[in-house]
Design a protein around this ligand. Structure first.
Ligand SMILES: NC(=O)c1ccc[n+]([C@@H]2O[C@H](COP(=O)([O-])OP(=O)(O)OC[C@H]3O[C@@H](n4cnc5c(N)ncnc54)[C@H](O)[C@@H]3O)[C@@H](O)[C@H]2O)c1
Length: 265
């Protein structure tokens, strides 16, 4: 790589991705591996984690996976522990495990509220805690948390999700003020509609197949932004790579809005 592009390299660094089995997580892990990072991948979905391993075919890096429920602090610590034990240090932590629940505030059951906050907010909190401990020992690091456009722009029926993602932004900023002097940067990405993953949920039939007509209607609504397009997992992975690498060495406590211009803070 030439001098300019080398600031995006992650050679000899270790990255943990929590929630890696998602489309976005997979894209991020592959991007990081392509620029030299050893990656440690955690997710509650063991089947998809195992299936991901084939995708790293040519990458000259090492990949480890661990079934991880991010709502359990001990499991998040074990994920980070695997990274430091196997590779000696942790330089990058991506916290992106997430769930969504569609219901009006008035109809939301306590169990659904608890589940969304446990995964999206407490899970990210635990990921930040574990990462900061490891990165403080190593002397520096970059934490990337997954927020969402929904945390900024109100959408009916997404209260639990929106609250959790707004909380992720607050956590990101507070932690950035606490750990900056230890050379640890903490930033967030707030994507708009990204193809795949949870955006397909409303078009899914009971047998798991996708109603393409309904999906197209959803996509059409999502394209009502200045760029007239939707995002891809690779679009988010590129932003994650920027935040993970030295290319963003002067950024902390920031939210990057990858949303086609749907929302401009
Ligand atoms: N797709 C979008 O349009 C979009 C937009 C903004 C933000 N996001 C965020 O990006 C992230 C990935 O979303 P996606 O659309 O790829 O969805 P997805 O449903 O495919 O991914 C969510 C991932 O989190 C994992 N997960 C759920 N509960 C977990 C737990 N307790 N412990 C560990 N892993 C757990 C799932 O197994 C899955 O791999 C989420 O945080 C989501 O909120 C997505």
């Amino acid at each position: 790589m030439n001098g300019t592009l080398s600031t995006f390299e992650l050679s000899d660094r270790t990255a943990v991705v929590a929630g890696a089995a998602s489309d976005i997580g997979t894209a991020i892990a592959l991007r990081f591996a392509a620029v030299g990072a050893n990656v440690v991948l955690g997710d509650i979905d063991e089947t998809r984690l195992a299936a991901m391993m084939d995708r790293f075919g040519d990458a000259q890096v090492r990949v480890r996976t661990l079934r991880t429920d991010v709502t359990r602090r001990s499991e998040v610590e074990a994920l980070v522990g695997l990274a430091t034990r196997e590779f000696g240090s942790l330089e990058v932590m991506v916290n992106l495990a997430g769930v969504i629940h569609d219901a009006n505030v008035i109809d939301t059951r306590e169990a659904d509220l608890d589940r969304v906050l446990a995964v999206n907010l407490k899970g990210v909190f635990f990921g930040c805690q574990a990462a900061v401990s490891a990165m403080t020992e190593g002397g520096s690091g970059s934490i990337v948390n997954m927020a969402s456009l929904a945390g900024f722009k109100p959408v009916p029926e997404l209260s639990c999700y929106a609250m959790s993602k707004a909380g992720v932004v607050a956590l990101t900023k507070v932690l950035a003020t606490e750990v900056g002097s230890s050379a640890i940067r903490v930033n967030a990405i707030a994507p708009g509609f990204v193809e795949g993953g949870m955006t397909t949920r409303r078009a899914r039939r009971s047998d798991g197949s996708i109603d393409e007509e309904l999906m197209d209607a959803t996509r059409k609504r999502a394209r009502r932004n200045p760029l007239r397009t939707t995002g891809t997992p690779d679009d988010v992975a590129n932003v994650a790579l920027f935040l993970a690498s030295d290319a963003s060495r002067y950024l902390t406590g920031q939210v990057l809005h990858a949303n086609g211009g749907s929302y401009m803070p």
